[in-house]
Design a protein around this ligand. Structure first.
Ligand SMILES: [Zn+2]
Length: 172
């Protein structure tokens, strides 16, 4: 099992399961990117059904998910949201972020190389966390570097910089 993980920073009141699912459905209505992904990967399915099948909002209790807020599992093609570490206002951002990984996987990424993982994190940061940021490019670079830091503690900056230009042009 391979996991794309996001760093977790401690915050206030966490979201409940019902609100999480509801918020996913709301986010998908207002995001061009989410609609594009769903129309490409599930052309004949209703958005609400896709969400019910592809996403889960749970209390993440497994030790390997200790610091995760949300993650995509390529093997199951599922996106998991860890309720205890998320607030309602995080859901849309994390949804877009994880859907980039899902979409990359759909289009043939295996996340097997450092460059491929870095590229996916660059796209995910741009569409997710950095979507509305004034310094979007800078934000994207920093978030992507941070998200591969644990896996590539020495090379993380170098890897992101190497593929940045190519991967940043995604979904303009
Ligand atoms: Zn990611």
């Amino acid at each position: 099992m391979f996991i794309i993980f996001e760093n977790y920073t401690k915050k206030k009141k966490s979201v409940d399961k019902k609100t999480c699912v509801k918020q996913l459905k709301t986010c998908s209505k207002f995001s061009q990117f989410v609609q594009h992904v769903f129309q490409t990967t599930h052309p004949n399915e209703k958005t609400d059904d896709i969400i019910d099948n592809m996403f889960e909002c749970i209390e993440c209790t497994k030790p390997e998910h200790k610091n995760l807020r949300a993650f995509y599992q390529p093997k199951e093609k599922k996106i998991t949201f860890c309720l205890q570490r998320l607030q309602e206002e995080d859901i849309c951002t994390m949804m877009r972020h994880e859907l980039v990984h899902y979409f990359d996987h759909f289009q043939g990424y295996t996340f097997g190389s450092a460059e491929e993982l870095a590229c996916s994190e660059i796209k995910a940061a741009k569409i997710g966390e950095c979507k509305d940021e004034v310094f979007r490019k800078k934000c994207t670079r920093l978030v992507a570097q941070n998200n591969i830091k644990d896996r590539y503690p020495i090379r993380y900056k170098w890897i992101v910089n190497k593929v940045f230009k190519k991967c940043y042009s995604f979904f303009d």
